[in-house]
Write a new protein. Structure first.
Length: 125
């Protein structure tokens, strides 16, 4: 039986790599800017994870469940890896890292659903 896996590993690696890079940049900027840390870091991290989920699912285009699953993995992994330096810098507690990672898993999954929707629209049009 030839089964295709739930996630595409190459696309997932790319999404995690790019998302982690953006998350680290956001953490470094927030470390030096109190305003960014207070007002924009949480939503910026959520947006990065959602975008990585979106791009992953749009590239893979193998269904909504697979897009949401891959998007959740990409969003969560890039968040936990990319925001970990914030804990080391003393800007965030470990508990807050866990909460933000869970939020990023959710936003990555939602981004994956929308990415699959965009892939469907591109095929139809």
């Amino acid at each position: 039986m030839n089964r295709v896996g739930l996630v595409d590993h190459r696309a997932l690696e790319r999404a995690i790599l790019v998302g982690t890079l953006f998350q680290v940049v956001a953490v470094v900027i927030a470390h030096f800017s109190l305003w960014i840390e207070t007002h924009a870091l949480l939503f910026g991290g959520m947006m990065i994870s959602a975008t990585m989920g979106y791009l992953y699912a749009q590239e893979v285009a193998r269904g909504y469940v697979k897009g949401a699953c891959g998007g959740a993995v990409a969003g969560g992994l890039c968040a936990i890896i990319g925001m970990a330096p914030s804990v080391l810098l003393g800007d965030m507690t470990l508990k807050m890292l866990v909460v933000r990672t869970l939020i990023s898993i959710l936003t990555g999954a939602v981004g994956g659903i929308y990415g699959q929707m965009a892939a469907d629209w591109n095929r139809a049009g």
